[in-house]
Design a protein around this ligand. Sequence first.
Ligand code: GLA
Length: 663
Amino acid sequence: MKRIKIVLVSIFTLIIVTVYGQNKTLWLDELDMNKVESGWIMSKSKTSTDGNTFTIAGQKFERGIGTHAISRFMLYLNKKGVRFTAQVGVDDESKGGSVQFYLLGDRKIIWESGLMKSDDPAKTIDVKLKGIKKLAFLVTDGNDGIAHDHADWCNAKLEYKGKDCPEFVSQKLSQSANYILTPKPAKTPRINGAKITGASNGKPFQYLIAASGLRPMSFTAENLPQGLSLDTTTGIISGKVVNDGEYDVKITAKNDKGTDTRNLRIVIGKDKLCLTPPMGWNSWNCWGLSVSEEKVKASADAMIASGLIDHGWTYVNIDDGWEGSKRKRNGDITTNEKFPDMKCLVDYIHSKGLKMGIYSSPGEHTCGGYLGSFGYEEQDARIYAQWGIDYLKYDWCTYWDKVDPKPELSAIKKPYIIMKKALEKQNRDIVHSLCQCGLGNVWEWGKEVGQLWRTTDDITDTWESMYSNGFSQYHNTQYAKPGNWNDPDMLVVGKVGWNSTMHDSRLTADEQYTHLSLWCLLSAPLLIGADMSQMDEFTINLLTNDEVIGINQDPLGKQARRLSKDNDIEIWVKDLEDGSKAVGLFYIAESKKAENSFVWEKNPVKSTAKIKVTWSDLGISGKHIVRDLWRQKDLGKYAGKFEIEVPYHGVVLLKITKASSSD
Ligand code: GLA
């Protein structure tokens, strides 16, 4: 009996020791990469961000994870961690990156790399994890933006005790449920969209009267300039105007429930394109290089079916990935098999009252490795015009081969001057949208060559990326005006994925309200990066608030300026045509401290902040009506100041209008 007891105890002890006593190993590359936040595309297991074997200063590694700054994630160790080892650095595939790696345990930095640049040899991490509950991994952008920041955690593995494998800790402080703020559009007609639009004389004009409300709806337009006509059932105004001038047209939308009337100013003359920021969709953030005619058509159809078209969304823009592998003998650009008939596709888009955009690059190749326009600019512009293209996004990739590593300003401008001239020669207006990420302070001279210009690196669907692209736009405020816009990149809402893993935007609801509010205040182009055919109720609601869109499309065309900023709060204000002000109160809870990038056990970050804006800071006095634009609701009349609670990473977007003396 005693012997049996001893044997049983020994077996039991053996089981305990085997299960709990021995260290186990978790390789980081065994984790779910969807949960490893990355500042650009998705993090990768066992390869670098671009899908290559890890290589740091020539040294190759087989295992690990490839991330892109700013990247972060947290694991719950529950004091079961023993040791973490890895070799880290900037991958050789990206020249010019600079990052900082951090490892934090329960709010304390337990290892940091210091600034690491491309070509720096890998640094070794070997740390003990005794007593740590939460282990956080962070790669920052080295304080110079995220461009080229391909950060590898090679041979990264964690030893731990016990049977439970460390799990991810969610980093979302605000509620993840997408909550809806805006009431549904009324059944009565309401005319939305741009109140001013322009074109060159003698070139095709097209404008769709965007109106929400019950269908069928009919339209009228009084005082149309000679050469234009209105389709009274679709609301499409088209034709060609021969004489320069400004025409005030009275447009009316009518249905069974009522009518709505508004003034539309049509401006005909030179340099009159994009008098308000372009609004539409672009294929890149969802489809990447896998874009096809089918997907573009489905997006246009969804723009109509979801009702977005009734709120001013107009452009359907194909990004990189449509080009053929070889030009024709005569040098004409070709499409690849995914776009069998571009002219037919464009005709389809136009027939719906929408406009069509396309993409190219001034180098021999585009960023995606397709044919670029170098040496064929005029021929390409001619083909675009023949197809009926309305908008060209013109990149920079591979044009580096044509210039010095530190090019003069004249060399930076050159390809855009060439393309501007080529576009102007065509028999139709084509918007020129520059995409060289701010090179040569493009905001200072972009107006000489185009209507809009990218000011930042590519955006991705993380708070860090959206924050850094959007809130950095305080330095270029003065350069935005009707016809010329700073472009902090496209909207990362709805389902995005760059054709890798299609997923819901990782921005929380509050972060998405912040994103839209800020882009509207900034008079930024609004180009939806989502798969339009999969938009949920939240996304549609987010994109169809006419009062919020109205801030973006305000005819005065001012860009908001940053009124104040501290570590936690930013206030931005935009002057509007009617004398009122749009004000964004943002609780950014931002801090450069590594430990504040994470949600810890006892989070130091409050879930709401009280934000106050004073009339003296806004340069106004007396009683003002304060309206909450997301809720489309007046909050009351205030004198001197207004104060409100704002959610973490969220916004309250206000319109502040002088109360009339009778109010
Ligand atoms: C660059 C641009 C992106 C997209 C891709 C296409 O990265 O910044 O917006 O157009 O090229 O290859």
